[in-house]
Write a protein that binds this ligand. Structure first.
Ligand code: OSB
Ligand code: MG
Length: 372
């Protein structure tokens, strides 16, 4: 398809409850939504960057700028472009994977809609639904944490991930393990909050029978994770460290992780996410689908991705009600303890344009430059 214009929007979606991690607290999700306008229809994408450069160096304003001034002009100048060539069109620009992923996602949506194919079919996933997991933020105390987790259990979540940080680890994890019972799927995510001097403390997590320990150390400390993996019985999972097929291969080969969290935005798109999946599957490494507090657009695409065969563990894919009072697409709900996968063309969801307009705080359209 040939693209004439790309529309950028940043929206504000208040979260139903503040989400606190070791890197900060979010109360409003500032979502960056892109729409590509092609000669054969339109498509939507979502950039998962946060408001501030805390989880990753990318953030909404930087993604906006690099898209507006660099990535979008290159895409519009490229002439007829297929989704699987977007990566090559943008390859000259270093980094900015989340911004690139959003554009590729929108092109994929447009292309798939024009040929009436779903993202799930394109990626090669199967099945009607996935097992939902929920990521639970750090709370002021253990009483509050147990209350929050208890409510998610009542709603039907079958896997719980607790955010941890130094000072909020062994005690809350012990309390939640007692609440959920021995066989329940429980895991923790440190978002790089620990260092190599914390190995003795982290080893004490072994007694809680966790599914995995996600990203305890700095993003670049692959060897530190490998050393920790040798010390712990709990499997180490990487999130922030895995930016591509290549970094996933390195981490696996060095023994830094035995599980991988796949986030399409972090690795530069759903097509690269599938390649990371394929690599891990070949290496016998289970993967699961991470989340970035996405709107219904990203959630729809994550659901499709999570139906690939290597996604052996439930992901951070929760019902819309866990995140927002109001969303820009149809809502996702837990039905019989599962979440349904969209089956329609493209991402398989429809943007409510009225809601999109109302939640928009910033808006800009980039047009193709006239030839001649
Ligand atoms: O580390 O997985 C993470 C949200 C924002 C940034 C990083 C992370 C998260 C989550 C939320 O854990 C997952 C979700 O979208 O439910
Ligand atoms: Mg994580």
């Amino acid at each position: 398809m040939r693209f004439d214009a790309v529309e950028l929007r940043s929206l504000e979606l208040p979260l139903v409850r503040p989400f606190r991690t070791s890197f900060g607290t979010e109360t409003v999700r500032e979502a960056l939504v892109v729409r590509v306008l092609g000669d054969d229809g339109e498509g939507y994408g979502e950039c998962v960057a946060g408001s501030e450069p805390l989880y990753s160096s990318e953030f909404v304003a930087s993604s906006w700028l690099v898209m507006r001034d660099h990535l979008v002009p290159a895409l519009l100048a490229a002439g007829s472009t297929r989704a699987d060539s977007v990566k090559d069109v943008l390859a000259g620009f270093s980094g900015h994977r989340m911004a690139k992923a959003a554009l590729e996602m929108a092109v994929l949506d447009a292309e798939l809609r024009s040929r009436c194919e779903s993202l799930q079919e394109l990626l090669g996933g199967t099945g009607e639904s996935v097992t939902p997991g929920v990521s639970v933020g750090i709370t002021t105390d253990v009483v509050e944490l147990l209350d929050v987790v208890g409510r998610y259990l009542e709603e039907g979540y079958q896997r719980v991930k607790l955010k941890i940080e130094p000072g909020f680890d062994l005690e809350p994890v012990a309390a939640v393990r007692q609440l959920v019972g021995d066989g329940f799927m429980l895991q923790v995510d440190a978002n790089t909050a620990y260092t190599r001097s914390d190995f003795d403390l982290l080893a004490r997590l072994d007694e809680f029978g966790l599914l995995l320990l996600e990203q305890p150390l700095d993003e670049e400390d692959i060897l530190g994770h490998a050393e920790l993996a040798r010390r712990l019985a709990t499997p180490i999972c990487l999130d922030e460290s895995v930016l591509s097929v290549r970094s996933a291969a390195t981490a696996i080969e060095l023994g830094a992780c035995s599980v991988v969290n796949i986030k399409a935005g972090r690795v530069g798109g759903y097509l690269e996410a599938r390649r990371v999946h394929d690599l891990c599957r070949g290496a016998g490494v289970p993967v699961w689908c991470g989340g970035m507090l996405e709107t219904g657009l990203g959630r729809a695409a994550n659901l499709a991705l999570a139906t690939l065969p290597g996604f052996a563990l439930p992901g951070d894919i929760s019902a819309t009600s866990r995140y927002f009072h109001e969303d820009i697409t149809e809502r996702f709900e837990l039905v019989g303890g599962r979440i349904g996968v969209p089956k329609g063309p493209g991402l398989g969801v429809t943007v409510d344009v009225g809601t999109l307009e109302r939640l928009t705080r910033r808006h800009e359209i980039v047009h193709a430059r006239q030839a001649g």
